[in-house]
Design a protein around this ligand. Structure first.
Ligand SMILES: Cc1cc2nc3c(=O)[nH]c(=O)nc-3n(C[C@H](O)[C@H](O)[C@H](O)COP(=O)(O)OP(=O)(O)OC[C@H]3O[C@@H](n4cnc5c(N)ncnc54)[C@H](O)[C@@H]3O)c2cc1C
Length: 311
């Protein structure tokens, strides 16, 4: 149903917190993207499940996002309901067993710092990844030799197309691979995750390793400009950034999108980029690498919404 018609029909009966026509550029680290037809930042899991049920009842599609740090959202925006999980924060740590339970919206850097303070080792690599726990599980986020699947015990999810009851999936059932999980293909919503870390370590030593990881990243990657981190998966055994840099593509731009001069696998928003600029620059870089090396670069960034096919 069209937004205006739904407003007229439901009036005051809209679920609490639901907003219409919200710009999603404000909810992505690339700062591009059009508006969500309907948008909400739920504050509890019951609200997430209730809103998903409402969307299904209205015949609306459902899209779940975390911190928007790995997303390219179309300039035309997203139809249906978009739920942003970033307010679903909180975590419990057990210093003795190393077990951590975290809500889907908990920032992964916050979790890494809390784990270090409790003398729990394993998440030192996660400190520079500006995403949520839910996004890290879906993407199998990783850096500096570590990744989410190594430390994940299980996730609590629900199926918005099913009975809506939350259930637990063990880590081994998530088909994890390099920057991949089965959750990228299935519309399951992550509510929380449990990690098992190494317990009984010296908090100061874990903290130092965590801080060193952050320093090494901020000195080699463009953290001061809007980006989505690495745009392309590494085509093993090659590094995408090295292939792009060797072709002299640092600084290449389309509109407000430019290949970073600091790290060639980053595309930055130089001020007024549109999602279509990002999309065209991604296609241009892919084309140059394909022509030079016959290697296909696959984007790590997730596209949401409609994009024109490259000419
Ligand atoms: C400066 C910078 C550095 C980065 N460095 C790294 C890095 O070193 N390593 C790395 O792996 N990534 C890196 N990234 C990319 C990004 O931070 C990770 O992929 C992160 O895990 C995405 O989390 P998110 O919460 O932002 O997810 P989003 O970008 O919001 O979403 C990513 C995907 O997960 C889905 N999703 C999110 N939350 C849920 C949920 N609760 N339930 C179901 N689906 C959900 C979305 O639908 C989407 O498909 C970097 C990004 C930036 C901006």
């Amino acid at each position: 149903m069209e937004t205006a018609a739904l407003h007229a029909e439901l009036g005051a009966g809209l679920p609490p917190g639901l907003r219409a026509a919200v710009s999603l550029a404000d909810f992505t680290t690339w700062k591009v993207g059009g508006a969500a037809q309907w948008f909400c930042e739920p504050e509890g899991n019951d609200q997430v499940i209730g809103l998903a049920r409402w969307a299904r009842h209205q015949g609306l599609s459902l899209q779940v996002i975390g911190a928007g740090s790995n997303l390219l959202i179309s300039d035309q925006g997203l139809a249906g309901l978009t739920l942003c999980q970033r307010r679903l924060q909180g975590s419990q740590l057990d210093g003795a067993t190393g077990l951590i339970e975290a809500q889907a919206g908990e920032p992964i850097p916050t979790l890494a710092r809390r784990a270090a303070r409790a003398g729990l080792g394993g998440l030192e690599w996660a400190v520079g990844i500006p995403g949520t726990v839910g996004g890290a599980v879906v993407m199998n986020a990783g850096a500096q030799g570590g990744c989410t699947s190594e430390w994940l015990e299980d996730v609590t999810v629900f199926d918005p197309n099913g009975d809506g009851e939350p259930f637990v999936l063990a880590s081994r059932d998530l088909a994890f691979a390099y920057r991949h999980s089965r959750l990228q293909q299935e519309p399951l919503v992550v509510l929380s995750a449990r990690f098992r870390l190494r317990a009984g370590l010296d908090p100061a030593a874990v903290g130092q390793r965590t801080s060193a990881n952050l320093r090494s990243r901020t000195s080699s990657q463009p953290y001061q400009q809007p980006s989505c981190g690495s745009v392309f998966r590494n085509p093993e055994p090659h590094k995408a950034g090295q292939l792009i840099e060797a072709l002299g593509l640092k600084g290449l731009s389309v509109g407000g999108a430019a290949v970073s001069t600091l790290h060639a696998n980053f595309i930055v928003n130089t001020g007024a980029a549109r999602a279509s600029d990002m999309n065209q620059l991604i296609a241009l870089v892919q084309e140059r690498v394909r022509q030079a090396h016959a290697i296909e670069l696959h984007p790590e960034v997730q596209r949401l919404g409609r994009f024109a096919e490259p000419a």
